[in-house]
Unconditional design. Structure first.
Lengths: 569, 185
């Protein structure tokens, strides 16, 4: 092969790795890379964002729904530091991402050159691995390794930092046949003895539940988790990121557990004698007070990351490996058991604590908006959310029957994710309906991307659950900070006019009967739409496990007079 | 955790790729948890391209989780906590002591007692070189505190397992596979 510049090598590597879409923003240090982009069009398409953080989030969401590695470009210094939140988000949620940043010329590295930031140093704790490439000939090998590391084992972000002069140097392009990394060999198959032990535990269990996490979606173990549930006759709870890994309307499906999970799930976990955890990590938002978590349960932990095993809970059986492989082996041994008492108990809990219902009020309840979205779409769409109350409601009041159709920022809890993530989803699924459920706070963190959305005419529908406040924080102030409301009410702009300024259709619903027509109108419109749902401002998100409490102490649905919750830290 | 483990600091050994930034990545995992590293020794291993590290961290440190996280680093080939194993561990120290005609012989006597060598002599000072486990170095330093110690430098502990087994056994290589394609129920 003829000699290529470093920039061409990056692009050539992307083509070889099957990258079709890049989100990014150019600047001084990565100009040579942008110079090479047109040569690779239309094999690789670049989308210009308005802020680099959104390039990373868009690539992140693209990766989640496409199953491919997301790619984003940023320049040195502020460009690179702007993607840090996006990288951290992908890191916490195990999303494969390759970020290529430009760096100042190699002679200026470490000398405080214009727009220099030590981005490899900064991102060490939030990347699976990162590279500073000083030899142009190494670019193909580095890019191949970056994709390999990002996409295998427990996926995660990898950053490749390339100085401007290295982009410009030339060398022969040598694509390595295979990746050889001495210290990186993810274990994919569980110990067969542990699989046998797990099957025995399931056969003996009287009150088992499956906790299905993001790992099930990442490893595409949809059929396998369903087979386990149906074969073993076991109810399924999905974590926030596990939502849409199991059919939402399946009779064995119970919904989400944890801080704002369904009441019956938290009690079921508390009373369970066997937790079958598949591709989840017992996050503190799920366990509540750890020492009182599932006191009667043995635990089967299916997990690819050895560092997650034994971190928060001690499993009785450990199936370390790809969760799909583990489930396949386990399913061979699982036998059907009737569990009438257990199902009767769960049904009783659901009947006596119907907290996931929408009250009849004259106001527009945020839950009502989500419910109407579900009815209007029939669940046949992708739902993207930010972080906060609207996110929890979108998890509680929508039943996800489409595999991998719920895209949310889980681990890092990044407000503002909802706007750029919707872009990534729409790029990955061009013909499909994408609803972005937004908080009014989060929406304003990244709304500049409406310009990007208008430019590329991505027909994303935004549903702003507008309560004129940072709702979840306000809820905590109300409940745990003596109702001292500080810095959470907001005077929002006119979102309809704002949308129009970007050349996007804006719609508003202020009354209950306007909600459904607005949703329909938005869906009938060909292009992007921003819907401003002005909801009851003081509505709170329940059920709730108060911070520091155990799942058993879940507050179901308080009446508004006795809303004050006693906190035991 | 046995009683013995509780009172002994953790001795952790790692085999890592010899590349820029590796030390930064590893140390970053300890820093994130706010754990202090008591000593750290790094040098080449028996294999070209691989370095060997020995960490010592406080006995009260919850090292297990950090060890697992360090093991995940791409450039870390192997890491293990060998505190509870049968090991040989040594460190070397140099101690510069102020001497005069009156006490030089005392210091040399102490050095002999500890099988320390005198590696530098001037009219006003000597440098003692001592090798042993940490306690031996501590004991020598303690004895010398009756004199004027100008400076002390310690290499930090290095350790390996007793017996013929390698401290870093290499396990088999599993080829990761990728799953692709759309999926429906």
């Amino acid at each position: 092969m003829a000699e290529l510049t470093g920039a061409q090598m990056v692009m050539e590597s992307l083509v070889r790795e099957g990258t079709e879409h890049i989100f990014g923003l150019p600047g001084g240090a990565n100009l040579p890379l942008y110079d090479a982009i047109p040569q690779y069009y239309p094999k690789v398409r670049h989308y210009l964002v308005k802020h680099e953080q959104c390039a990373a989030h868009a690539a992140d969401a693209y990766a989640r729904v496409s199953g491919k590695v997301g790619v984003c470009f940023a320049t040195s210094g502020p460009g690179a530091t702007n993607i840090v939140t996006g990288i951290a988000n992908a890191w916490m949620d195990s999303v494969p991402l390759v970020c290529v940043t430009g760096a100042v010329i190699s002679a200026l590295l470490g000398r405080d050159g214009f727009q220099e930031a030590d981005i490899t140093g900064i991102t060490i704790p939030i990347t699976k691995h990162n590279y500073l490439v000083l030899d142009v000939a190494e670019i193909p090998k580095v890019m191949r390794e970056a994709f390999h590391i990002a996409s295998t084992g427990r996926p995660g972000p990898v950053l490749v930092d390339i100085p401007r002069d290295v982009f410009q140097q030339k060398a022969e392009f040598v694509w390595p046949e295979k990746v050889e990394l001495k210290g990186y060999r993810p274990r994919l198959y569980a110990d067969p003895a542990e699989v046998v032990k797990a099957a025995e535990l399931i056969a003996e269990a009287k009150r088992p539940v499956i906790l299905s996490g993001h790992g099930v979606i990442i490893s595409q173990a949809y059929d396998e988790i369903r087979e386990l549930a149906e074969k073993g006759n076991i109810p399924v709870i999905t974590t926030l990121l596990g939502i849409s890994g199991f059919p939402g309307t399946h009779p064995l499906y119970l919904g989400m557990p944890g801080m704002h999970g369904m009441y019956w799930n938290n009690i079921a976990i508390h009373e369970s004698d066997l937790l079958i955890a598949a591709g989840m990590r017992f996050d503190d938002r799920i366990t509540g007070r750890l020492k009182d978590f599932a006191p009667n349960a043995k635990i089967i932990h299916m997990e690819i990351d050895p560092a997650e095993i034994g971190k928060n809970v001690r499993p009785t059986a450990t199936l370390q490996g790809d969760v799909r492989n583990s489930l396949r082996e386990l399913n061979k041994l699982v036998k059907s058991v009737e569990r009438p008492d257990w199902f009767a108990r769960i049904e009783g809990l659901r009947r006596d604590h119907p907290s996931i219902t929408v009250r009849e009020t004259p106001d527009v309840l945020p839950q009502y908006v989500i419910q109407k979205l579900y009815e209007a779409t029939g669940g046949d769409c992708y739902v993207v959310t930010g972080v906060g109350q609207h996110q929890m409601w979108a998890a509680q009041f929508f039943w996800y029957d489409k595999p991998n159709s719920f895209v949310t920022s889980g681990g890092l809890g990044t407000m503002g994710f909802e706007v750029p993530a919707a872009m990534g989803v729409q790029v990955a699924k061009p013909g499909e309906l994408v609803w972005s459920v937004c908080g009014d706070g989060g929406f304003q963190m990244t709304l500049q991307e409406l310009a990007t959305i208008a430019e590329y005419d991505w027909p994303i529908k935004f549903a702003i659950i507008n309560n004129n406040s940072l709702g979840m924080v306000r809820q905590w102030q109300q409940l745990f900070y003596s109702n001292n409301i500080v810095a959470t009410p907001m005077r929002n702009p006119d979102f309809v006019k704002l949308a129009e300024a970007f050349g996007i259709l804006g719609l508003r619903a202020t009354r209950r009967e306007e909600v459904e027509p607005v949703i329909r109108q938005a869906m009938e419109h060909d292009g992007p739409v921003v819907c401003d749902f002005q909801v009851k401002e003081d509505e709170n998100c329940y059920p709730m496990v108060p911070p520091g409490a155990s799942l058993e102490e879940t507050v179901d649905l308080p009446t508004y007079e006795d809303e004050r919750v006693e906190v035991t830290a | 955790m046995s009683q013995r483990d509780k009172i002994r600091p953790h001795t952790i050994i790692a085999l890592v790729e010899d590349r820029p930034g590796v030390l930064n990545r590893i140390v970053s995992k300890w820093r994130q948890r706010g754990f202090n590293i008591e000593s750290l020794a790094v040098g080449h291993s028996e294999t070209a391209g691989l370095s060997r590290m020995t960490f010592v961290v406080d006995a009260n440190t919850d090292a297990e989780q950090v060890v697992k996280q360090v093991d995940k680093l791409v450039e870390v080939v192997n890491i293990r906590d060998i505190s509870a194993e049968e090991i040989v561990s040594r460190e070397m120290a140099m101690i510069k002591v102020r001497v005069d005609a009156g006490n030089r012989s005392h210091i040399i006597e102490i050095a002999d007692l500890f099988r320390a060598s005198i590696v530098d002599v001037s009219s006003e000072s000597v440098i003692l070189e001592v090798t042993g486990d940490g306690a031996k170095v501590d004991a020598l330093f303690e004895l010398l505190s009756d004199y004027t110690v100008i400076e002390l430098v310690r290499t930090g502990r290095v350790a390996m397992l007793r017996g013929s087994a390698s401290s870093h056994p290499r396990d088999g290589h599993e080829e990761p596979e990728r799953y692709e394609g759309p999926h429906t129920w």
